[in-house]
Design a protein around this ligand. Structure first.
Ligand code: CP3
Length: 340
């Protein structure tokens, strides 16, 4: 069965770009909100039937060309023994590593604590009639560690964790290695269970200077990328906010780079290794505007598709709660119907 998302990942030229959205499963779908009335987030993630159902909601409700596994980047610290709760204020860890004497010693990776996720993947891929490719994912070490060290993800304030990165550089590096080891095992299991592509989310990559990122975190990213790509699975990297650092992103690191909304795709195309495909990069907040405004933005992408076939339409960051679902559907319909 051919699929436009897979064809584009394989470097084939298609009539239109494939389209999917970061955070398409949670946040904006009324069908998801309805399930959230009945179940907690952990229940939705841990029950393979429910996780499969949520993963596939955007296929039916929006018509996107790829599904993304319904899970969270913080399942890795959870599987390292850090009690995790999702509260109304965001994710919370029982014992933030900033308060712990020997952070590395307290971590206790147990790969079996991720098994429920593989059962969800099996369920998704066994769903009758479903042929949409599944994107697996994990958080990159920097972003995951900000949450682990800070303990609280509220309002993206990671001041203590950022201080830790600079004060404890050596320990930061060692911790990144520990997170990387489990992440690789996790990625390989997702692949074994049948995902079609793997995306590494580094939402907070821009919180340190790019030189620091290159030195301390890029070796880990590269290890994860190598392990994933050795299986023949396409690897998409989303290092949000790295600015001109994108000129250092080459085909050694990833197959596709997911570009944030700061950098136009045209600029990204000039700066990034030509062998790397691009994904992105509509600012999700544009979807709060009226459909005429959204349409004008979308027309700007047409010349880009004409110059670049290795491009997947997506957002510059995940969908934001409160975006009208009709506007999200409007984008999918535009991408599928306009004359590119
Ligand atoms: O489309 C999807 O939603 C797919 C699954 C997915 C979730 N989180 C589900 C989720 C993915 C790919 C993520 C990634 C994730 N999680 C990131 C990186 C991408 C990004 O959005 O920046 C980060 C930083 C997290 C950490 C996290 N998880 C935060 C900060 C929060 C609270 C705020 C929020 O809603 O994002 C979560 C909880 C979370 N993860 C929810 C969902 C659907 C909300 C839980 C709920 O509905 O109560």
């Amino acid at each position: 069965m051919t699929n436009i998302f897979l064809e584009t990942l394989q470097g084939k030229t298609t009539d239109r770009p494939p389209v999917w959205f970061m955070r398409q499963a949670g946040r904006v779908l009324p069908s998801y909100q309805a399930l959230k009335e009945q179940y907690t987030f952990w229940q939705l993630m841990k029950d393979p039937e429910l996780a499969a159902k949520v993963t596939l909601l955007p296929i039916d409700d929006l018509g996107v060309d790829a599904a993304i596994l319904f899970s969270d980047i913080l399942v890795i610290p959870y599987a390292m023994g850090m009690g995790l709760d999702f509260t109304d204020q965001g994710p919370v860890f029982e014992h933030p590593l900033k308060d712990v004497n020997d952070p590395l010693e307290t971590l206790n990776p147990d790969p079996d604590k991720l098994n429920y996720i593989y059962r969800a993947i099996d369920k998704i891929l066994e769903t009758p009639g479903n042929t949409t490719p599944l994107v697996g994912f994990s958080g990159a070490p920097l972003t995951v560690m900000l949450f682990m060290i800070q303990g609280l993800g509220t309002r993206s304030n990671f001041a203590d964790a950022e201080k830790f990165f600079f004060k404890e550089k050596h320990l930061t590096r060692k911790m990144a290695e520990a997170v990387t080891e489990l992440t690789i095992e996790y990625a390989l299991q997702q692949i074994k269970h049948g995902i079609s592509a793997f995306q590494l989310f580094d939402t907070h990559a821009g919180s340190v200077p790019f030189t620091y990122y290159q030195e301390v975190f890029m070796p880990s990213v590269k290890k994860i990328a190598d392990a994933v790509r050795a299986t023949g699975t396409p690897f998409i990297f989303f290092p949000k906010g790295i600015g001109t650092g994108i000129k250092e992103i080459n085909h050694d690191i990833c197959d596709f780079l997911s570009v944030d909304w700061q950098t136009s795709l045209y600029t990204a195309r000039e700066m990034v290794d030509k062998n790397v495909g691009l994904q992105g990069n509509l600012d999700p907040r544009i979807l709060f505007a009226d459909q005429e405004t959204i349409k004008k933005e979308l027309y700007n992408y047409i010349p880009f598709h004409n110059q670049e076939s290795k491009w997947i339409f997506n957002l510059g960051h995940g969908l934001v709660p409160g975006i009208p679902v009709e506007n999200v559907k409007f984008v999918v319909d535009f991408v599928k119907q306009v004359h590119w």
